[in-house]
Design a protein around this ligand. Structure first.
Ligand code: SRM
Ligand code: SF4
Length: 570
């Protein structure tokens, strides 16, 4: 038997030697360069920032003998997507002053800035902290931004869920003082504008943190808008007589895959056990510790918790969690997901006030001659001054609007040529795309820049089929990592090779079923033809009330291909 210690992945060494995420970031930041060196790039992720380069400019710069056009992406951690009007205004100013003048609402209810130059990184993160937001643990091998149903409701159920989101965020945050030292403390005077910092201890994570990223979400059975089955850890609220009596705990979801490596795959979370509300924080810590101590640290491709859950089986995993937790857990209640509300349009909050969910196409806020989304957002912030909430579908909910002010909000949208949710087609409203080109270093194809024109081209033929009001999800990503959660959607387009996508079918808007590969390597120009073929086959052969995803799942890949081959498209 070999007694050799396992060969840890290079990132493990970087973490271990980083002195709790400090590395040499401060020295590198002071250097007169436009980018960071490789070890610090890994550590910077824990601080909420990624080094990227503008891929549109690569070829031209290379030809001219230059280096890449480096810039940083800066991601905030905004639990449950809640943001005040003042914070939103400050983020908009930041994207104009120090970013690329656009702002991205992500699939995990938070904000990203792109195009921040290295020399402006400290100022950017400092200003984010000044407005009482943080970027710590927005990325990296730790618990990331916790998702929670963003609907604003007067009932205790929604409030309890958000309270748990905050408690978990607090309890699971890294404790390293490196964040405070690097971004808050003035490098010249050593003075700090905010409280924080402290001795180096990471009681939960230890010096090497987790083997890989870790994601959590809190959902309701009748409203799975945070896609609970895709999370490493999901809490499904169990409600009896209007009160949360506890949570079904789901573990081991995750989307990322590398198709060439059979050992990697997307997985839905598994139902593990039930816990009471006061157990939730300690149960989370126990789960994180099981992954911390047993997750794979040799091969990052199989380091997510889903692989540990699968290799052990859910029973063994549960026993390990119970051991760390210190007592047995009850079995899951029978409740499961039954609905998904994207919270678009007007919704009553139950306190006499209204929320308005506005679909932001692929989460990108910009101003151009056609639409002025940033100007609209600024005017809404200044006019209403109320809290906003970002959704897991890259959109925004304006809250606390009085009945008599509803028209005023719509007037502001119209004034800035922003499509209202009512004027947004159903197919567009239920679609989403990841960032991909030009900033994402892993993108193989276009995504965010491709989906809008695909939607333009789908709207008319879908209307001709009488499917313009049919709700189904189309999700697009520029590579198989799955940042727009494609593998549980009704239909998905996943970048596989230059201009070519794998077309998935058979997931569903409930998010509790994985899709199958319908066709591989579909050229970007053929996507409309393929999708309309499936839609026409669905129209002709669906059962009463059957959804597109359910239909594709029932028919199966081989028969669906036969049906689509024979179908006449409008
Ligand atoms: Fe993601 C890596 C963008 C949600 C799975 N993701 C990346 C990076 C940082 C690329 C990189 O590593 O160099 C992308 C930056 C692009 C850019 O230019 O900004 C990126 N991911 C995004 C965002 C911004 C997509 C969006 O358009 O909204 C989302 C930010 C969420 C947030 O606010 O935290 C985003 N990423 C997701 C999701 C969806 C989710 O979490 O609900 C997933 C699938 C769920 C999961 O984690 O399994 C996801 N991203 C990945 C993966 C694959 C992980 C895996 O287990 O294999 C990578 C690559 C990696 O980690 O190696 C990745
Ligand atoms: Fe980049 Fe791929 Fe994620 Fe899209 S899915 S943002 S291309 S890593």
């Amino acid at each position: 038997m070999s007694t050799e210690a396992p060969k840890l992945s290079p990132v493990e060494k970087i973490k271990e030697e980083s002195h709790f995420l400090k590395g040499t970031i401060d020295t590198e930041m002071a250097a007169d360069t436009d980018h960071f060196g490789s070890a610090d790039i890994q550590l910077l992720k824990f601080h909420g920032t990624y080094q990227q380069d503008d891929r549109d400019k690569r070829a031209e710069l290379k030809k001219a003998g230059g280096d890449k056009a480096y810039a940083m992406m800066v991601r905030c951690r905004i639990p449950g997507g809640r943001i005040t009007s003042d914070q939103m205004l400050a983020q908009l100013d930041l994207c104009d002053e120090l970013g690329d003048s656009t702002m991205k609402i992500t699939t995990r209810q938070t904000i990203q800035l792109h195009g921040v130059l290295k020399k402006d990184l400290r100022a950017t993160i400092n200003r984010i902290n000044e407005i009482e937001l943080s970027t710590l643990a927005a990325c990296g091998d730790v618990n990331r931004n916790i998702m929670c149903c963003p609907a604003k409701r007067a009932d205790s159920v929604h409030q309890e869920m958000l309270k748990l989101t905050d408690e978990l965020t607090h309890a699971l945050a890294p404790q390293t003082p490196a964040y405070h030292e690097l971004w808050i403390t003035d490098p010249d005077t050593g003075e700090s504008s905010l409280e924080g910092g402290g001795p180096v201890v990471e009681p939960l994570y230890g010096p090497t943190y987790l083997p890989r990223k870790f994601k959590m979400g809190i959902a309701l059975p009748d409203d799975n808008c945070i896609d609970i089955y895709t999370q490493d850890l999901g809490f499904l609220a169990i409600v009896r007589d209007g009160t949360i009596i506890g949570y079904n705990v789901l573990v081991g979801g995750g989307m990322g895959t590398t198709p060439a490596l059979k050992k990697t795959y997307p997985a839905l979370a598994k139902r593990m056990a039930f816990c009471t509300p006061d157990q939730a924080v300690e149960v989370s810590k126990a789960i994180i510790k099981v992954q911390r101590d047993n997750g794979n640290r040799e091969d990052r491709k199989i380091a997510r918790m889903k692989y540990l859950v699968d290799s052990w089986g859910i029973e063994k995993f549960r026993r390990a969690v119970e051991e760390y937790f210190g007592q047995p857990l009850e079995d899951c209640k029978e409740d499961d997901v039954t609905g998904f509300d994207d919270h678009m349009g007007w919704q009553e909050q139950g306190d006499g006030l209204w929320s308005y969910g506005l679909n932001i196409e692929n989460g990108r806020l910009y101003d151009n001659e056609h639409r002025q989304l940033k100007a609209m957002m600024r005017e809404v912030c200044r006019t209403f001054g109320t809290e906003m909430r970002m959704t897991g579908h890259q959109s925004i909910i304006f809250t606390d609007i009085q009945s008599e002010e509803k028209d005023k909000l719509i007037d502001i949208l119209n004034k800035h040529n922003v499509r209202t949710s009512e004027d947004t087609s159903t197919v567009r409203r239920w679609s989403m795309a990841c960032v991909a080109l030009p900033t994402c270093g892993l993108a193989i194809t276009e995504s965010e820049r491709r989906l809008p024109s695909l939607m333009d081209d789908l709207e008319q033929p879908l209307a001709k089929l009488g499917l313009d009001k049919e709700r189904f999800t189309i999700r697009m990503t520029g590579c198989p990592n799955g940042c727009a959660r494609p593998y549980n959607a009704d239909l998905a387009l996943v970048g596989k090779a230059r201009d070519k996508y794998t077309l998935y079918a058979g997931g569903g808007w409930l998010g509790n079923r994985l899709a199958y590969i319908y066709k591989d390597l579909v050229h970007s120009d053929d996507l409309v033809h393929e999708i309309i073929g499936i839609a026409a086959a669905f129209k002709a052969n669906r059962n009463d009330g059957e959804s597109l995803g359910d239909f594709c799942d029932r028919i199966g890949k081989d028969d669906l291909i036969v049906l689509v081959d024979a179908i006449e498209r409008p």
